[in-house]
Design a protein around this ligand. Sequence first.
Ligand code: ADP
Length: 481
Amino acid sequence: MQILAVTPEIFPLIKTGGLADVTGALPLALAPKGVAVRTLVPGYTVVMEKFTPTKPVMEYVALQGGPARVHAVEIAGLDLFVLDAPHLFDRVGGPYGDATGIDWPDNWRRFAALSQVGGDIAAGGVEGWRPDIVHAHDWQAALTLAYTRYGKAPDTPSVMTVHNLAFQGQFGAGIFGSLGLPGEAMALDGVEYYGGVGYLKAGLQAAWAITTVSPTYAQEIRSPEFGMGLDGLLNARTGELLGIVNGIDTAIWDPAADAHLLAAYSAKALKARAANKRALEERFALDRDDGPLLCVVSRLTWQKGIDVLAAILDPIVAAGARLAVLGTGDAGLEGALLAGAARHRGRIGTVIGYDEALSHLLQGGADAILIPSRFEPCGLTQLYGLRYGCVPIVARTGGLADTIIDANEAAIAAGAATGFQFSPLTPDAFMQTIRRAVATYANPTIWSGIQKQGMKSDVSWSRSADRYVDLYKSLLARKGT
Ligand code: ADP
């Protein structure tokens, strides 16, 4: 089975969040199951630097305002189509915005171009290769499914995966004329969205199947509270809507063989984690003691509930815990966390920045990871936490609810607990649960039992990859009928 995946991010080439981890890991998990994935990604500067282009497999004299080429390359075991369009992607900054975080004003054009090329490949644009199924990830790739639907590949089965419904790619109606779609596409059941053009909406409308990254989030997004304006559409398509929880790359995230750790360890030798904890104390300028060290590895945003965390910094310290924060995001939240560190020297350490290596060390050395998300499609950091014996303390929402078993008395007695959940998302409920975790930490037998149970959880891709295979097969069967 041949799949064309289209995505704006893929690990290890370009990553701003969980999406990249998923699109980088899923092809490797699917390959042994007989599914070959080739992934179309934008040729951002950092991507083009990773290989030497030879003969392109496709060429455009003009693609959204400039010449473009598509290169087929293999990098890090991933089969890629790289869209080399310097006028769109060769820029200093991130994939979606400049160095200060302001979105590129032509994002509609950049990701229309990516999607148009996706549509062309689906229609057989690359000589000798045609996908059986097209799989688009998030709004930046979503228009691919409009290009297949209204273009030359309407019979190609398609999947739209929503990694975060909050990002939808909504633009004014004025861009429609530049998209190269037929007039009929500007309709309620097409790309039209509240009078403008909605990229994700177009993908959700055109897809043969819609997936999101956890069963609970698949339910939640059908409600007005989580549906972000798309709950009506999603309710109309519930028959095609499915939640498949993400896995993680257990080779990259392996405490027994992680080069970013000072000391590797396994569930049988948890004591070795202490060396990593000592390294974190140094790195975050924290007091050295035997009390619990909590950590955060996150985008510092409202979605992630970091404002709620910021509201309980003083009580966290009063409860005897220390806190190490790694993240970037809203300036106000960064400031609040830096101020907390300044107020509580030795007890709170804040590192503003994006640091893959340090994120591994935090999972490998901290005792617990705090994830107070307002909504969380799947969440990966709690899965890394499970695998690394860094006990997740999570808000009960989305994928967090699906992947963590709360350490209530019954779960502890049954040996099933893997972390702590709280609800509602208020400073009080969060702090109560942190106190519960701190009290549990004081009992090393129970605490290490929770760590070990988490480390036993199957967080690999294997089972979830099977669910994608089942989905792909069902779509091909539907095509055949
Ligand atoms: P989201 O994709 O919504 O940001 P996820 O939990 O799904 O949330 O994925 C976040 C990913 O980004 C994880 O791999 C996490 O380790 C990583 N990450 C987030 N912030 C940082 C940071 N400041 N430094 C390093 N890695 C980070």
